[in-house]
Design a protein around this ligand. Structure first.
Ligand code: SF4
Length: 316
């Protein structure tokens, strides 16, 4: 890629208007890697309380054996509240005219199928919503959910966002991911064979990884036929297993120089049809690295480096 192809550009070309994603966090949703179904504690970088001695599975998880979901009413109200609360800012700041509801926090296919259907359809009923984007794990999506999303994609813009993070099995184990890269290959291949849009998430700076490992993950993700990608640096926040490692001195975060150099090499590897949704990330509760504190400073350093590397850049 010698000209940055952003997700915003992809959407503008397709819908001929400004489209923005509206991030949503559904209360009561959790993750099989947190609640003990796959593992407990979650990924080492995930901020949750499940590795504390006071954790109880019931506190976090829905009853997955039941079609009844006592929380559903609360979840629908929260979805509605978050959507209508975010809308004015997106309209004012970006001039957005159409929206994609982004089910962002935790694992958004890990709930009874009937619950998922009700929530997704509610999101699609909001004014000016043209689609949904569903963030999830590759080991937590049922075939019937994929079939249903495929059906929806006939009339709506449907995306599935899978956390890939790395293609290195040793690292996946080290970060307590709870699945291996073979699982990623199988699920993304199946999703793509069904004709659905896939965005892959990758993290640079995972424990023990060299730049070669990080770029191999990019290469392996491209091979899977993903349509879009999100990159971000591994940062350490409070209430994570990684924070304990960092405090003990057994984990050192990636430097800004290495992150930007890897990012540029990764972008150069991307074919022109893979859109980029994120080049870095900001967070609250940051412990380290300090350079991740300010997202706009990070972005300005990245854009400068991209320009220097000869990659045409209009970030929107
Ligand atoms: S998959 Fe996501 S929500 Fe689950 S433990 Fe890992 S980072 Fe946390």
């Amino acid at each position: 890629m010698d000209k940055l192809y952003t997700f915003g550009k992809y959407l503008k070309e397709k819908f001929n208007t400004k489209v923005k994603k509206v991030p949503i966090s559904i209360p009561g949703f959790t993750c099989p890697n947190i609640d003990g179904t796959v593992a407990r504690g979650g990924c080492v970088f995930c901020e949750n309380e499940s590795f504390s001695p006071n954790f109880t599975k019931e506190k976090f998880s829905l009853n997955l054996n039941s079609k009844e979901n006592p929380l559903l009413d609360k979840q629908l109200k929260s979805l509605e509240f978050q959507f209508f609360n975010t809308l004015p800012t997106l309209k004012k700041l970006y001039g957005a005219k159409k929206f994609i509801v982004y089910f962002q926090s935790f694992t958004n296919t890990y709930a009874p199928f009937e619950t998922l259907k009700v929530l997704y359809e509610k999101a699609l009923s909001f004014p000016d919503v043209i689609g949904i984007s569903v963030g999830t794990r590759t080991d937590s999506i049922e075939d019937k959910t994929l079939e249903y999303l495929k059906e929806l994609s006939k009339n709506y813009e449907i995306w599935i966002e899978y956390g890939i993070q790395t293609s290195n099995n040793k690292t996946l184990k080290k970060i307590n991911r709870g699945h291996n890269f073979q699982n990623v290959i199988e699920t993304i291949t199946k999703t793509k064979d069904m004709g659905l849009n896939v965005c892959g998430h990758l993290i640079f700076g995972l424990p023990g990884e060299t730049q070669e490992d990080m770029l191999k993950s990019v290469k392996d993700s491209i091979k899977l036929g993903i349509d879009s990608i999100k990159f971000h640096p591994l940062y350490v926040t409070q209430n994570t297993l990684l924070a304990l490692e960092y405090k003990k001195g057994t984990f050192s975060p990636i430097t800004e120089e290495l992150y930007i150099d890897t990012l540029i090499k990764a972008i150069k590897m991307l074919p022109q049809n893979i859109s980029i949704q994120r080049m870095t990330a900001g967070t609250e509760n940051l412990l380290a690295p300090k350079w991740c504190k300010n997202k706009s400073t990070q972005m300005s350093h990245i854009i400068k480096a991209l320009n220097k590397a000869g990659i045409q850049t209009i970030w929107k």
